[in-house]
Design a protein around this ligand. Structure first.
Ligand code: AHM
Ligand code: MG
Length: 331
């Protein structure tokens, strides 16, 4: 059995000049994930379900667990001392970790502490997504520009899924590995080494309730998924949890496509590029899949603000390529 901590140290040799900072940063994220997991597990028993009463910068009501998870990740990163600045879904501005140990740190982190908030109160899987970048500024407190980097500049990225079991999946650009939390010893243990997404699949994940608002290319692609055809095992299965991490994790293991397209009222879709689309795009590409906005690679999109939105087509390469063909032809 290999624990996350052991694995991270072992993998440090992939980076000959590494001083262990990135390893410690990943360790800090793992620690916060365990604390958040503990709270999620007993959510129905503790007074932690429901709204916090605060509306965040996205205009969405924060859940108590959103707030709790945000505090835990920021506090672990702050005391860990390897990250100087955090961009979080729950904070309008970047958070400077201005402590003695962290202010000169080399890395910055973008995070959605608890993704899939609408599922929290009903005991359905939720997640955390994170991206790690090397700062651009040289020392002292970080600046906004440190985090406004394209997805291609990510040093590491990952997600935690708090599901029927809790897993942490991450990449440092050399493949994707998944660790399952063993609650009896409180450790993430390597359970899914070198994950590869199937080239194609039979699952499509999209909120079809928004169908009338979708671009024509997406409507036509959905119809393609639903047509009967033995050779391609259609009609495909429709699966939509409403937690992107959970939908993506399933498609990563089984093969499939997840789409959150633009709609008439949301021309860039709903999801946020910096802390939702980019980390998951990095993971999926590293697993051999594909992630675009229907036209352009997600990781190549210019980042101008931390909460900017982007449409996403992500998953098995052949399925995403075909959806893009429909976009090119009809949208
Ligand atoms: P959140 O970060 O506020 O939870 O929103 C992101 C989530 C994704 O996890 C999920 O796939 C999507 O929003 C669901 O949105 P919708 O209910 O519009 O389908
Ligand atoms: Mg989110």
């Amino acid at each position: 059995m290999i624990t996350l901590g052991q694995f991270i140290i072992k993998k440090q040799s992939d980076f000959p000049y590494a001083k262990g900072e990135l390893s410690r940063l990943l360790r800090d994220i793992g620690i916060a994930a365990k604390i958040v997991n503990r709270e999620i597990n007993k959510a129905g028993l503790a007074d932690i379900l429901g709204d916090s009463g605060v509306v965040n910068v996205q205009g969405e009501t924060q859940k108590k667990l959103d707030v709790y998870a945000n505090e835990q990740f920021i506090s672990a990163l702050s005391s860990g001392g390897e990250c100087c600045l955090v961009a979080s879904e729950e904070n309008e501005e970047v958070v400077l970790l201005n402590t003695d140990v962290s202010k000169n740190a080399k890395y910055v982190v973008a995070i959605d502490p608890l993704d899939g908030s609408s599922n929290i109160d009903v005991n359905v899987a939720v997640g955390t997504t994170f991206s790690i970048y090397r700062r651009k500024s040289t020392d002292g407190n970080g600046v906004l520009e440190d985090i406004l980097q394209k997805g291609t500049e990510q040093v590491a990225a990952g997600y935690v899924i708090y599901g029927s079991s809790t897993m942490l999946v991450y990449t440092t650009g050399k493949g994707v590995n998944g660790f399952t939390l063993d609650p009896s010893i409180g450790e993430f243990c390597l359970s899914h080494a070198d994950i590869k997404i199937p080239e194609t699949g039979t699952i499509y994940s999209i909120n079809e309730g928004n169908y009338v608002h979708f671009p024509e290319g997406v409507k036509k692609y959905i119809k393609y998924c639903q047509v009967e055809d033995d050779a391609t095992q259609r009609p495909y299965t429709s699966r939509y949890i409403g937690s992107m991490v959970a939908d993506l994790h399933r498609n990563l293991i089984k093969g499939g496509i997840y789409i959150y397209p633009s709609t008439a009222s949301a021309p860039k879709g709903k999801l946020r590029l910096v802390y939702e689309c980019n980390p998951l795009a990095f993971i999926i590409e590293q697993a051999g899949g594909r992630a675009t906005n229907g036209y352009e690679r997600i990781l190549d999109i210019d980042v101008t603000e931390i909460h900017q939105r982007e449409s996403i087509f992500i998953g098995s390469t052949k399925m995403v390529l075909l959806a893009e063909e429909y976009m090119a032809q009809y949208s």
